[in-house]
Design a protein around this ligand. Structure first.
Ligand code: SAM
Length: 213
């Protein structure tokens, strides 16, 4: 993609997600979870200690950061393309928001000088329907993690929905995710989830934990 096209795609993505978050409460969106159980289990199974540097990519208004703070994790970062989502999460956390580093950014443009111990993404990678964007994501992920660090990626499973919030997504099996991240990452754990949306619809998710080689 040319720079102009990339900028336009990012702008469209940002305004779209800002619109979604300004028109719906965080508890109404289809991906809402009161308790992000599998994410927390997978983060615990990495075995990292409380000083580990953990980033929730596309964290939106997820309560994951709240539970990680409750558990005593000290170095948390949340990235999202939506200004509105980040501001809602910051305001929910109130003073505790100052303990977290916030990034308002498109993940396909993200780079960090310091590496992370854990990268968590629930329902973000699957929105990248463009091959170049997926390649940029994999590059950002590979650069942000050092050998032995963990990547937890959750997407709609093969029998999951074909769209989310009217947007096209790509559904994956753990094997397909492994093929995408495979060269630099080893798949060490897979879990599936039957997520129930606030309106009662079931959605199949697959969660994969990889270790950076
Ligand atoms: C379906 S929501 C999932 C939110 C959160 N991970 C959760 O499980 O509750 C997708 C999130 O990804 C964010 N997002 C979408 N595309 C993005 C991108 N290219 N870069 C960063 N964030 C993005 C959206 O703003 C939204 O918060």
């Amino acid at each position: 993609m040319t720079n102009k096209k990339t900028e336009k795609a990012t702008f469209n993505r940002k305004s779209l997600w800002d619109k979604i978050y300004s028109e719906n409460s965080s508890m109404e969106v289809s991906w809402y979870q009161q308790h992000p159980e599998i994410s927390l289990k997978l983060i615990r199974s990495t075995g990292v200690d409380l000083t580990a540097r953990i980033i929730d990519v596309g964290g939106g208004t997820s309560t994951l950061v709240d539970y990680l703070l409750d558990a005593g994790y000290e170095n948390l970062e949340v990235l999202d393309i939506s200004h509105s989502a980040i501001e809602q999460t910051r305001s929910r956390l109130n003073r505790r928001a100052d303990k977290v580093i916030w990034h308002k950014n498109d993940i396909t443009k993200f780079s960090s000088n310091i590496s992370f111990d854990v990268w968590h993404d629930r329902a973000v990678f699957h929105f990248l329907t463009d091959k170049d964007d997926r390649a940029k994501y994999v590059r950002a992920l590979s650069n942000a993690l050092k050998s032995g660090s963990h990547a937890i990626i959750a997407t709609f499973d093969l029998d999951g929905p074909e769209k989310c919030s009217g947007l096209n997504i790509v559904r994956y099996s753990s094997e397909a995710l492994s093929d995408i991240f495979g060269d630099a990452f080893q798949l060490v754990e897979t879990r599936t989830e039957e997520h129930v949306t606030p309106s009662g619809i079931k959605q199949s998710f697959v969660y994969c934990r990889f270790v950076r080689l």
